[in-house]
Ligand binder design. Sequence first.
Ligand SMILES: Nc1nc2c(ncn2[C@@H]2O[C@H](COP(=O)(O)OP(=O)(O)OP(=O)(O)O)[C@@H](O)[C@H]2O)c(=O)[nH]1
Length: 250
Amino acid sequence: MSRKKAVKGKGSAKSPKASPRSGRTGKGLAAAGAPSSGLVYPSRPSISNSGEFYDFAFKVMLVGDSGVGKTCLLVRFKDGAFLAGSFISTVGIDFRNKVMSIDAMKVKLQIWDTAGQERFRSVTHAYYRDANALLLLYDVTNKASFDNIRAWLTEIHEYAQQDVVVMLLGNKVDSTHDRMVKREEGEKLAKEFGVPFMETSAKSGLNVELAFTAVAKELKHRTMKEPDEPKFQLQQYVDKEMRTVGCCRT
Ligand SMILES: Nc1nc2c(ncn2[C@@H]2O[C@H](COP(=O)(O)OP(=O)(O)OP(=O)(O)O)[C@@H](O)[C@H]2O)c(=O)[nH]1
């Protein structure tokens, strides 16, 4: 990823509020601009620029308040590492590709990491409409980031495709002593909005692979599904596979 300096600014009152951690120096991401991947999503069979074949390609976006761990989640998934150290806020938007094997098929995920700060919101809005799935994150140690989820869901409703797959993720569950949002609260909110839910930790890697695998399975299933075939049950799949951690001081 390239590195750029952050620009300071304030977002619109209509957008979800930035969490208290926003407003820091920018972590480097590609220039903001109109989405122009040139790929058709979903596509089958296809070929990537590097000559690698895959059966499906899907676009997944990471969204949520600044500091909830979107970049760390992506880096954990892509490289199996954790970005420790000082927090550098994302500037604009960038993507990374990962090809996964799902039910013996090659699925390429193009994963877009968005800036959580409000001042970049108009940039990220332009990318919503092409997204096949959105991973919406909050930080279990930051109540404001959880409270802002309703506003994020309103925004998603406004800008994303109607059939976009949305999954709610409560990140940073490794910080058990700092936890401010109970797992049950996340579950309740997700149920209210009819979206699947799970908790993750980019730091420990807990459930990170599972979150992306579940979304890739859902998208692959939707694309291949015969009309009389039952739907893929994403939440059931996640519940069966998910590992949980104990609570906390909530
Ligand atoms: N303990 C813990 N810290 C995390 C985790 N994920 C991210 N962090 C920390 O949280 C801070 C913010 O992480 P980022 O991934 O940069 O957050 P972001 O959502 O991409 O933030 P923006 O780019 O501003 O939108 C960093 O200091 C990370 O080290 C996690 O799972 N556990």
